[in-house]
Write a new protein. Structure first.
Length: 138
């Protein structure tokens, strides 16, 4: 589980009530999300001036980290598949949840949430060769 900490007190950019309202909205959205390519809310706790979101953990880091460390795995087939899964997740957010993601970037995308990377993660734990994993993207 990954823990996201949100401070609820005022900052130089936003008053406390705006931050608290945003955190509540995020919690409400995360409670309703049910999509295979979007992390699930596993736990939530409010503690004084902060709230903690317990989210599914992505051991490989975000998509930026994965792409930086694994350039040779980024074949056109894999990139198309990952892009398709991101588009399907965004479509779900728009069509089903009526939510617009305003900060979509590699750093806020976690590859192990997508089905290919779940297979990738399991295969790596089983010590399969990367060439056999790469072949699955075709």
């Amino acid at each position: 589980m990954a823990i996201k900490l949100v401070r609820l007190d005022a900052t130089s950019d936003a008053p406390a009530d705006r931050i608290q309202s945003s955190a509540k909205r995020e919690l409400d959205i995360l409670k309703r999300i049910n999509h295979p390519c979007i992390t699930r809310l596993l736990a939530y706790k409010e503690e004084g001036d902060k709230c903690l979101f317990g989210l599914g953990f992505s051991p490989g880091g975000d998509l930026f980290e994965f792409a930086t460390r694994n350039k040779t795995l980024l074949t056109p087939g894999l990139v198309k598949r990952v892009f398709k899964e991101i588009v399907l997740a965004v479509k779900y957010l728009h069509d089903e949840m009526h939510v617009v993601h305003r900060d979509l970037k590699l750093e806020s995308t976690f590859p192990l949430l997508c089905s290919y990377f779940s297979v990738f993660n399991v295969c790596c734990r089983c010590s399969l060769k990367l060439s056999s994993i790469r072949a699955r993207t075709s």
